[in-house]
Design a protein around this ligand. Structure first.
Ligand code: S0N
Length: 274
């Protein structure tokens, strides 16, 4: 679909688009001929783009989407599913989408799934792990694993259950039904539903609101939402962010400066908060 926004390409890829506009990075799966099913290469490219978006200090929000208006993503490309995973050009079978899921949860910037059309199977899990989802009226959601001989017992099951509740998550996986955008809104699976032609402008408007907020507060909130669910890894992220904040303080700098100046640190002037 034609975009109203003046996106510039950040890097050329074969199976995705990676674009930038006004503080927003957009990663789009570009395989509309297969409803944006992903291969190991698609995932490797998305992973690299996600890392570049993380490292880019001009980027404050990230959109994940699919090209063509008919699909966000239809999951793993079944034509390259081999013995033990999805087989890439190097002939090695992989399930590297699981690493991408972790990356989406870890990147300390909000990631918004912009869903038009199908979000199915591993494609459904990708929108689930994003921080928020904005859906077009034509969006359709569901899992297919038990139909095609697969399942995602990680975030695809446990985090989905946190989002929609245990009963609904089990229904989604055990029946493999498809749900329209209004169903998804009702069960808390998406944040907002808009007409397809307003999908991108609404998503951009949400990103622009986010960009006006304190980036450190957003970072801490994302880590806080994840911490309990992600166990030790979640605590590690939150603790790392606390260290980042501490490094910004004069108190922490006194320790470093004293070491470099070969003197004893003087922490006496720093408050001992109740
Ligand atoms: C999305 C559906 C329902 C759309 O139906 P519709 O509109 O009738 O279109 P189609 O004619 O079916 O599709 C158009 C063309 O696109 C191809 N295509 C669609 N989806 C895929 C796909 N996933 N892989 C390869 N090709 C796909 C069609 O073949 C068609 O092409 P042509 O025109 O040439 O025939 C419908 O398309 C559908 O049901 N698609 C399949 C959905 C699905 O089952 N996806 C895979 C589910 N599994 C995963 O995603 C696993 C992901 C994973 O990596 C994983 C992660 C954790 C743990 C385990 C796994 C694991 O793999 O096991």
């Amino acid at each position: 679909m034609e975009s109203k926004f003046n996106w510039t390409t950040l890097k050329e890829y074969k199976e995705i688009l990676f674009q930038y506009y006004n503080g927003i990075a957009k990663i789009s799966i570009n395989r509309p001929q297969v409803h944006n099913a992903f291969t190991p290469r698609t995932v490797t490219e998305m992973s690299e783009a996600m890392e570049l978006a993380r490292q880019n200090e001009n980027v404050g929000a990230i959109i994940l989407t699919g090209e063509g208006g008919k699909a966000f993503c239809s999951g793993g490309d079944q034509s390259v599913r081999g013995h033990g995973g999805y087989v890439g050009e190097d002939t090695v079978p992989r399930l590297n989408v699981l690493d991408l899921q972790m990356q989406i949860r870890r990147v300390p910037k909000p990631v918004i799934a912009m869903v038009a059309g199908w979000a199915i199977g591993g494609g459904h899990v990708l929108h689930v792990v994003c921080d928020m989802t904005i859906a077009a009226e034509n969006a359709r959601f569901g899992q297919t694993g038990p139909n095609v001989g697969s399942f995602d017992g990680g975030f695809g099951a446990s985090y989905l259950a946190r989002v929609v509740g245990q009963k609904k998550a089990r229904e989604i996986w055990f029946l493999c039904d498809q749900y329209d955008a209004q169903d998804a809104l009702q069960m808390g699976l998406v944040n907002k539903v808009v007409p397809l032609e307003q999908l991108e402008e609404t998503t951009i408007a949400w990103c622009e609101k986010i960009l006006q907020k304190s980036p450190l507060a957003l970072r801490m909130l994302k880590a806080s939402f994840n911490a309990e669910l992600d166990g030790q890894a979640g605590i590690q992220q939150l603790a790392g962010d606390a260290t980042l904040l501490y490094y910004l303080s004069e108190e922490a700098k006194e320790g470093k400066n004293a070491f470099l100046e070969k003197r004893k640190p003087d922490f006496s002037k720093f408050p001992k908060f109740p």
